[in-house]
Design a protein around this ligand. Structure first.
Ligand code: FDA
Length: 310
């Protein structure tokens, strides 16, 4: 792993650095490249613009590792309100949550109750609720709650990380449940015994997992693939393999983060693929922003430029 990436991911855990960064105007300016603003209204405003160009959205309120029950309850209420608000709009919007934001560290049952409640609201709105995948400390617990949610027939999807060695086996166990998978490379700092650390290996794992989800047997079992990457080479390979597998262009979708890969977003939409942009909002952006910097250490230069630019 690039040493800068390791440093940035370690920095994401630092409370001191978070306090320093969130007070600095130049950091806030740099963050605006990846999020349109801290409020839900900011996210909805951009969602309208994206709708005009044929792109759907996934909305997520930033936050993780909530340890107070009351805070987790408030997050769940917030998401229900978001879904109620979306019901009066014509956006193609879904919501994505982190289970540690819904109280997983307090108790898995509390996180599940919140998940159930938000998923029921999403169903009324006619949309799917997504579960983000966090670090390996939570992989097993996240998948357990995902299986429980599918057994209760909730309309939920889960992010799976291609860099994890276990993901191939996890995917095989989820396909018979008619899983919806948002496939991503993985954004955390994981040890080599748990995760591939070499980009070529991660990319190949991603491609194989996508292939598996696109094959006719998986689709017959009700599996759904959302391809969450900005990697143009992988995107092309997946377009080709989907065509070869006879999967129609609307039989899966692509998803990218707000502010990243815009030309590729436009190209895919024009080519007739479904594409969603994941828009983050909220005040708790520091660890999430550090992960964005770590994905592309060249982004640090961008922050430095803002610093010098004043
Ligand atoms: P890669 O890192 O190889 O980048 C490919 C190209 O994309 C780069 O060359 C660059 O051009 C561009 N790019 C990528 N990241 C960039 C950045 N930060 N700034 C500027 N350009 C960048 N992870 C996770 O662990 N759990 C989750 O639930 C999710 N959820 C999620 C949803 C969606 C919709 C996306 C797109 C991503 C996630 N991720 C995630 C993050 C994911 O794991 C991964 O860290 C990033 O997508 C970066 O990897 P790429 O697939 O883009 O490839």
């Amino acid at each position: 792993m690039n040493p800068m990436r390791g440093l940035l991911l370690a920095g994401a855990q630092s409370a001191w650095l978070r306090r320093q960064a969130t007070q600095r105007a130049f950091v806030r300016r740099a963050v605006s490249r990846f999020m349109p603003g801290e409020s839900l209204d900011d996210a909805l405003r951009v969602s309208e613009t994206l709708r005009a160009s044929g792109r759907g959205v996934i909305l997520t309120n930033l936050g993780e590792n909530v340890v107070e029950r009351a805070e987790a309850d408030a997050v769940a209420r917030h998401y229900c309100e978001v879904l109620d608000r979306l019901q009066g709009m014509t956006l193609d919007a879904e919501v994505s949550v982190k289970l540690t934001q819904l109280g997983l560290d307090v108790s898995p049952d509390i996180a599940y109750q919140h998940l159930q409640c938000i998923a029921a609201r999403a169903r009324q709105h006619g949309s799917r609720l997504w579960i983000d995948m966090e670090s390996t400390a939570y992989t097993e617990a996240t998948l357990q709650l995902y299986r429980r949610a599918r057994a209760a027939d909730l309309s939920v999807g889960v992010a799976l990380q291609a860099y994890l060695r276990r993901t191939r086996a996890d995917l095989e166990s989820l396909i018979p449940l008619g899983c919806a998978v948002r496939l991503v490379k993985g954004a955390y700092d994981e040890p080599a015994d748990l995760a591939f650390r070499d980009k070529a290996e991660v990319d190949e794992s991603f491609f194989q997992l996508a292939n598996r989800l696109l094959d006719a047997r998986a689709r017959e079992a009700g599996a759904w693939l959302t391809v969450g990457t900005h990697d143009a080479r992988l995107v092309r390979r997946i377009e080709e393999t989907a065509a070869t597998a006879g999967c129609p262009k609307d039989g899966f979708e692509f998803a990218m983060l707000y502010g990243i890969g815009r030309p590729e977003q436009v190209r895919l939409t024009r080519a007739g693929y479904r594409l969603r942009v994941l828009i983050s909002y909220g005040a708790y952006w520091f660890p999430w922003y550090m992960r964005r910097l770590a994905e592309r250490p060249a982004n640090v230069l961008f922050v430095l430029k803002h610093m010098v630019g004043g």
